[in-house]
Design a protein around this ligand. Structure first.
Ligand code: BES
Ligand code: MN
Ligand code: ZN
Length: 479
């Protein structure tokens, strides 16, 4: 994807259609006024209103910039998220063609970045296991604009890393497990300046007291790993640490999940992929903020070595927890990851996790749960306003803390009462986030795994949700 002044060679030109009081209005460059007016006059009869998510293709005529014209609905208001979604729908629909040109009369750099992000994010599909029937995503996108190269380049870097995170979430558990994740990380950081990788194997984690990651990995023949990825720019204006849930497959363990839908749990490591690529995107963009990703990798399997219900685990910060449900494993690996992350005293400490089905039940597949300390919660909210990724704040009602206390150990990993499951997951984690008042917890179970709707993902494709917001958090820190 790149910015250029002209659309030559494009298979399709992508224009916007806005819904206005006086009817649908075409947002296009490269069309004559007469031609635009002629098409616009036909839109009501074609049923094209410009509503968000709608898309119509018509044949181009002599003098038009391409043989196919795609009209993508932006809805009523022309804002960043509206154009991001609209161009995403368009490139998604254009899959199978090679080159498209996005031609909208937009000059504001922030809006152009959103136009470009949407276009690139829509040009994605996960086809590497298909031997037939694949429709390849558009391979070349030109954003027709003048003087907005920086905004387009920035969008290209961000979208590349979102798509890399999606790939990781989509790879099956047989091929992506803690040790192969280490390989993927090493490949991804190659050639990036100022980025370092450190890996803990199961022996070192055991020796250092990371009883959560070790216990969750016990039931698998594939040993767990903790992967630390650091981006340390020469002159940084602060430090953001991101702790990612990296369960490469979640069977539930001894508290075995039912089969229906279990396959989706190949994406239960998407928090770790998001943490990794947020750091790498920041590095590639040269954002002047130190960033650290802590990727807590384990496979949650039931075998003779697996952790048992009732077992007591001791975490890196010395606290203990009784396992009442081995399927509440994300919080067990994150407890160690958060504990070790606090030892570096970051300015912001944010964990990102496909933590609970309760999040999906409460907020659905497009809106993440956001919990934690005001300072960090505010930073995430401010960033999400710019990125368009929705987060909803969830409180920690005081009475829920008691439900996470164990008779045997300090805590138990689930409540005795099943209500408030999303917050109880967050409350468990709060005991490992230190007392600096700088922690936020992102429960992305729904949005990271299954984002139907305007961007047109099919069910359960990994979405890379929260990555752009985390980069924005770093960008806005002490800016
Ligand atoms: N990875 C799951 C949560 C999940 C469920 C993510 C559906 C995406 C879609 C997590 O490890 C889990 O199993 N959580 C349990 C917690 C419960 C035992 C307290 C859940 O939500 O059922
Ligand atoms: Mn689980
Ligand atoms: Zn899980």
């Amino acid at each position: 994807m790149y910015a250029a002044a002209d659309p030559s060679g494009a298979d399709a030109a992508i224009f916007g259609v806005q819904s206005t009081e006086s009817g649908p209005k075409i947002l296009a460059t490269g069309l004559s006024d007469e031609r635009k007016a002629a098409i616009e006059a036909l839109l009501p009869a074609m049923g094209v209103s410009g509503s968000a998510g709608s898309i119509t293709a018509i044949p181009g005529a002599e003098g038009d910039p391409a043989k196919v014209l795609m009209l993508t609905g932006v809805g009523k208001e022309l804002n960043a998220e509206a154009v991001r979604r609209a161009t995403g729908v368009a490139t998604r629909t254009a899959a199978g063609t090679a080159k498209v040109a996005v031609m909208m009369p937009i000059d504001d750099p922030e809006l152009i970045q959103a136009v470009a992000e949407g276009a690139s994010l829509g040009a994605y599909s996960f086809n590497r296991y298909k031997t037939q029937g694949a429709r390849d995503p558009v391979s070349e996108i030109v954003i027709v604009t003048q003087g907005n190269e920086d905004a387009v380049n920035k969008a290209a870097v961000l979208a590349k890393h979102v798509k890399a995170a999606r790939d990781l979430a989509n790879i099956p558990g047989a091929d992506l497990y803690p040790e192969t994740m280490v390989d993927r990380v090493n490949e991804a950081v190659a050639g990036l300046n100022g980025v370092q990788v450190e890996v803990w194997d199961e022996k070192r984690m055991e020796a250092e007291g990371m009883g959560g990651i070790v216990a969750v990995g016990k039931g698998s023949t594939r040993p767990p790993r903790l992967i630390k990825v650091t981006y340390n720019p020469a002159e940084s204006r602060g430090h953001v640490s991101i702790v990612g849930k990296g369960i490469t497959f979640d069977t539930g363990g001894i508290s075995l999940k039912p089969s229906a839908g279990m396959w989706e749990m190949k994406g239960d490591m998407s928090g770790s992929a998001t943490a990794l690529h947020a750091v790498l995107a920041a590095a590639e963009l040269g954002i002047p903020t130190r960033m650290t990703a802590w990727m807590c990798m384990a496979e949650n399997m039931p075998d003779g070595g697996a952790m048992r219900n009732g077992d007591v685990l001791k975490f890196y910060n010395g606290k203990t927890a009784e396992v009442w449900n081995t399927d509440a494993e994300g919080r067990l690996v994150l407890a160690d990851g958060l504990s070790i992350a606090t030892t570096e005293n970051p300015d912001l400490l944010i964990d990102v996790a496909t933590l609970t089905g309760a999040q999906v039940a409460a907020l659905g597949s497009r809106t993440a749960g956001l919990m934690g300390d005001k300072k960090a919660v505010d930073a995430v909210q401010a960033a999400s306003t710019a990125t368009g990724e929705p987060f909803h704040f969830m409180p920690f009602p005081e009475e829920m803390f008691a439900d996470m206390v164990s008779n045997t150990a300090d805590y138990r990993n689930i409540g005795a009462v099943s209500n408030g499951g999303m917050q109880k997951g967050g409350i468990f984690l709060s005991h490992f986030a230190g007392d600096a008042g700088n922690w936020a917890h992102l429960d992305v179970a729904g949005p990271a795994l299954n984002s139907g709707g305007p961007w047109g993902f099919t069910s359960a494709e990994g979405t890379g949700f929260a990555m752009r917001t985390l980069v924005k958090v770093a960008e806005q820190l002490n800016a």
